[in-house]
Design a protein around this ligand. Structure first.
Ligand code: G6P
Length: 619
């Protein structure tokens, strides 16, 4: 995930910024760069690859007291030296780094180019530098404010201007940015761990705020339409917060484990996954990421979805979405089985490989097998830029979840679902299976998911309390129907992999065909009910469990849970209501939280569960 660092003071800024960027390495990146401002102008060093490769260039930068730096995780434009940040305007006087995605970069680029601006890259960030150049009339903060008004999307920006030495202007909208306060020096960073060795005093910028950082101090302004000279209103003194975290704890954002941090990052990750891909209410992929013409989409006969572990569970939901929305027969297959099942691949078959790491050997091998057997096109839904899988396939759709460090996958799953939902919705519209209004309504559902995910996270407290009881169990059963069945498959995997409790997921209707024999008094059954049409049937299955003395935890929307009549010990966990087709994105969050707190209760090694690895590169 991208990282931003800035420094103004009397020390060697390039070295401090480089050191701070190194502290963000754990977050993952594919390229990095630093710009230094001294009396002769702005010098920039940037390079694709690891910071170690940037290091020799940093040594050639002038020793001066002002610099900005960046680690990039590519979204627009492949990782390369030129696409790395910092980016500059036409004159080279304005230099900036940016985290996030500028959703309207295409329109702005066209307008600026028509106005005579010459751009060197495809990166959305470069457009921001040129936009600030267009607005600049001798005051950088005012120009940033004017530019910010025209920018759509999520962004944290740090800008310097050759004519305004000793000053960094920062702007934040939906992407984190904090200012670190020192003595005779000040800092800027997207993440506290970057600058923790230098200061423990921080000011957080809020959305829509501009910070002007100099050696002597910091001024914060709020961007408001129609007030003040540039619509900039000075924010009164804000009390700095003192962070008393050790660097390792800070990497986890103050959470005890990466898994919990990543669970809580889901609203942001979901927002990034759809950002710029749903425009005017419709799914419209960005250039180069979904290379299918409408004709290609109409010609498709079959879709295979291949993945392992959690990614396979995402494939199951993807199959459901593609069949329902696009009307194309689809099959989700475990990548490790695909090779041995002698798959029949009809003409014009699309193979979608789903993988967080893009390095899972079974998934790579399955894609090769599919190509050998004549798959027409291959598409990867992948999180890790430049991973092996991205080189094996025709097209790539990046999940943009940011690095996932915990072995148990959380935000990778939910962003995979959203990517597959966008693919299905786009295909359905192109093939005339869903109307424009239906496509827009579904697009809006996807845009609403970050907020719904936030609502689901409110279950944390209840799950923490419930975990005390579940942690005493040795067997837990999960049931659901339709998409809820797919969601509980992922829910049970979470519980088993990190708490080591034996967990099984069943289609609720299957209970009475065998598993009911295992339901004895006190056995916990977790039921998921997000679809009001299926809820009455699942409710009957819940009653079958109750009749045998089972203990029920029901996770679902209010409307569905209202259909249950439970006992005193049973627990209802209400999560936000959402289109049932995509409901696993919301319901799984409650199950992730439950798994996390149960594992914590049992004292397991949550981020690195026994016998498991994040990336499985063996068969
Ligand atoms: C391993 C990980 C899982 C992951 C699976 C597939 O088993 O522990 O969390 O779901 O691999 O990984 P991928 O990187 O292909 O999504």
């Amino acid at each position: 995930m991208c990282g931003i660092v800035g420094y103004v003071g009397t020390r060697d800024a390039a070295s401090i910024v480089f050191d701070a960027l190194c502290r963000l390495e754990y977050r993952g990146y594919d390229s990095a760069g630093i710009a230094v401002l001294d009396s002769s102008g702005i010098c920039t060093a940037k390079r694709k690859g690891r910071l170690a490769e940037l290091s020799p260039l940093v040594k050639t930068l002038p020793r001066a007291g002002q610099a900005i730096g960046h680690t990039r995780w590519a979204t627009h434009g492949a990782p390369s030296d030129i696409n790395s940040h910092p980016h500059c305007d036409c004159t080279g006087d304005i230099v900036l780094v940016h985290n996030g995605i500028i959703e309207n970069h295409r329109e702005l680029r066209e307008r600026l180019i028509a106005g005579g601006h010459v751009m060197k890259t495809e990166v959305d960030t470069e457009v921001v530098a040129h936009l600030i150049e267009e607005k600049y009339r001798g005051d950088l903060a005012a120009a940033v404010a004017e530019a910010a008004r025209e920018l759509e999307g999520a962004m944290a920006i740090a800008v310097i201007h050759r004519g305004e030495p000793g000053r960094i202007v920062a702007y934040r909208e939906k992407s984190p940015l904090i200012i670190g306060l020192g003595e005779g020096e000040n800092f800027l960073a997207s993440d506290i761990p970057a600058i923790l060795p230098y200061t423990r005093k921080f000011l957080a910028l809020n959305d829509g705020e501009i910070g002007v950082i100099t050696e002597e101090g910091v001024a914060v302004y709020r961007l408001e339409k129609g007030s003040g000279a540039n619509g900039l209103v000075k924010v009164g003194d804000r009390q700095p917060m003192v962070v008393d975290l050790e660097p390792e704890a800070a990497e986890k954002g103050g959470f005890d484990h990466f898994m919990l941090k990543e669970i809580f990052e889901q609203p942001e990750a979901l927002m990034k996954a759809v950002s710029g891909r749903i425009r005017d209410g419709r799914v419209k992929f960005e250039e180069g990421e979904f290379g299918f013409s409408d004709e290609d989409v109409r010609a498709l006969n079959k879709v295979y979805l291949l993945g392992c572990g959690t990614a396979y569970h995402a494939c199951l939901v993807g199959k459901h979405l593609i069949e329902r929305l696009a009307g194309i027969p689809a099959e989700a297959v475990l990548a490790s089985e695909f090779r041995y099942m002698e798959p029949l691949i009809p003409e014009r078959t699309l193979v979608i490989a789903v993988s967080q790491s893009g390095e899972t050997l079974d998934t790579l091998a399955a894609v090769r097998e599919a190509k050998e057997r004549g798959a027409w096109r291959t598409l990867a839904v992948v999180n890790q830029p430049l991973s092996s899988l991205t080189r094996e396939v025709d097209d790539v759709l990046y999940q943009r979840a940011g690095p996932e460090i915990s072995v148990a996958s959380t935000k990778a799953y939910t962003t995979q679902l959203v990517c597959l939902a966008m693919v299905a919705c786009h295909m359905g519209f192109v093939r005339g299976r869903i109307s424009e209004d239906q496509a827009r309504a579904f697009g809006q559902e996807l845009r609403n998911l970050p907020e719904k995910a936030l609502g689901a996270l409110e279950a944390a407290g209840l799950m923490e309390r419930l975990a005390v009881e579940i942690a005493k169990e040795e067997d837990v059963f999960f049931i659901g129907r339709g998409a809820d069945y797919l969601a509980v498959m992922e829910g049970q995997l979470k519980l088993k992999e990190i708490s080591y409790i034996h967990a099984e997921a069943y289609a609720a209707g299957e209970l009475k065909h065998g598993t009911l024999a295992l339901i004895a008094p006190g056995v916990p059954v977790i039921a998921c009910l997000m679809d009001p049409e299926l809820a009455p049937k699942t409710a009957s299955n819940v009653m079958e469990v109750k009749a045998r003395g089972g203990w029920v935890v029901a996770i679902g929307s209010q409307e569905c849970l209202n259909q249950l009549q439970l006992g005193e010990k049973d627990v209802l966990v209400t999560v936000p209501d959402v289109n049932p087709l995509i409901s696993p994105v919301v319901s799984v969050i409650a199950m992730q939280l439950l798994a996390y707190y149960v594992a914590r209760e049992r004292g397991t090694d949550i981020d690195k569960p026994r016998n498991l690895a994040k990336s499985v590169t063996v068969e």
